[in-house]
Design a binder for this molecule. Structure first.
Ligand SMILES: Cc1cc2nc3c(=O)[nH]c(=O)nc-3n(C[C@H](O)[C@H](O)[C@H](O)COP(=O)(O)O)c2cc1C
Length: 362
């Protein structure tokens, strides 16, 4: 199968980034420059996704992707959610807002699937799980290239068996939510990250290079590598290590076309570092360390999307110390650069890094 990936002039994917970041302008600029842009359907209404799709198509005739959140098991420890809500009352008071209702929804799953089928989107990617084989088959028969995000060899095998065309291997350096299929309790709080013995279960926290090795050994599908990639040399590194393309999120946060909030942009260069936390949404995600993350990570329950809804008004209050500032470990290298220039610079730098490495090995 010749996928859209093989035909990219530049094997660089701009990661889908929900929360208003992946605008049609960003997606179109990346695809026009020879990479692959991605719309993020997460948190949007199906109508809003349709509008963004049409807006993107008005800007480019090149292929692009749409990313959808796969709904998971929403059975949670209700009393843990209640305890967390009680703890967050002080935060709500602090910002003069009410906590949201800790509800579970499926983020418009069926309507978003119908939409990408009806619109024949060239590339459809999934995170937070692997859809059933019949869903993937319908998309493929409809002409879409189907990508499933994985964070372990076990998830790679499941996605391959379900009929994915391509896998996105997301290393633990990555900004934003971990794409892990499930959301088991006792892991990935900051406390657990600091204590490697906290949980003996599989942690789904491999770095991008060992993960890429595991995934390419486990399955024979093309693999897009993601996580902490901050330069053309990093793009070259994952291509040499067997990736079909490199997917970068954080580096595109600095593009003027991205919908990144000013406070988020400023924090990218100023913050000391990142950590994986459930404090904001109830699912592990990597963000810049701020007060909210420090104060609540150790006790936040594994309850997604309940905690996402609970904290929404606090995050929207506008204090960078209480916003979810998703970012990967490469955040210090974010620059303000138009997306097309960034794609071209990554391509040029990857070429010279490859040439330098080749000279070194001769
Ligand atoms: C702000 C932000 C939002 C993100 N939103 C999504 C999303 O909606 N869907 C998704 O599959 N991945 C999302 N990701 C993860 C990316 O797909 C990708 O794995 C990650 O950006 C790669 O690591 P990097 O940020 O270090 O480049 C997001 C990442 C960031 C930084």
């Amino acid at each position: 199968v010749v996928s859209v990936l093989d035909e990219l002039v530049v094997p660089v994917v701009a990661a889908p980034m929900a929360g208003g970041i992946s605008t049609p302008e960003l997606v179109a600029a990346v695809s026009e420059a020879g990479g692959l842009g991605f719309l993020a359907a997460g948190y949007l209404t199906p109508d809003a996704v349709r509008d963004q799709l049409h807006a993107t198509r008005a800007l480019t005739g090149k292929p692009f992707g749409v990313n959808i959140f796969v709904p998971g098991d929403t059975a949670v420890d209700e009393s843990a959610v209640d305890r967390y809500a009680a703890r967050l009352t002080a935060e709500a008071h602090r910002y003069g807002v009410y906590l949201g209702d800790a509800i579970a929804d499926d983020d418009g799953w069926a309507a978003k699937l119908d939409l990408v089928l009806a619109e024949r989107v060239p590339v459809v990617s999934f995170t937070f799980g692997c859809p059933d084989a019949d869903v993937l088959a319908r998309l493929r028969e409809n002409g879409s290239t189907v990508v499933v995000t994985v964070t372990s060899a076990a998830e790679a095998r499941l996605a391959a068996a379900a009929g994915a065309d391509v896998l996105c291997a997301q290393g633990q350096e990555a900004g934003g939510h971990r794409g892990t299929f499930d959301n088991p309790p006792a892991e990935s709080s900051v406390a657990a990250e600091l204590d490697p013995d906290a949980d003996s279960a599989p942690r789904n926290d491999m770095g991008v290079l060992p993960l890429l090795r595991e995934v390419t050994s486990a399955v024979s599908l093309p693999v897009v590598a993601a996580g902490g990639l901050g330069s053309g040399a990093d793009v070259a590194a994952v291509l040499v290590a067997g990736a079909a393309a490199a997917q970068l999120g954080t580096l595109f946060l600095g593009c003027p076309e991205a919908g990144t909030k000013p406070a988020h942009r400023a924090a990218l260069t100023e913050a000391a570092g990142t950590a994986v936390t459930r404090a904001f949404t109830g699912r592990p995600a990597r963000g810049l360390v701020n007060r909210f993350l420090r104060q609540h990570s150790a006790v936040a329950p594994a309850a997604y999307p309940h905690v996402h809804h609970l904290t929404k008004s606090i995050r929207a209050a506008g204090d960078p110390e209480a916003m979810s500032l998703w970012a990967g470990q490469g955040h210090h290298f974010v620059r303000e650069l138009p997306a097309a220039d960034l794609v071209r610079q990554l391509a040029a730098d990857a070429r010279s890094a490859l040439a330098a490495a080749t000279r070194r090995m001769l």
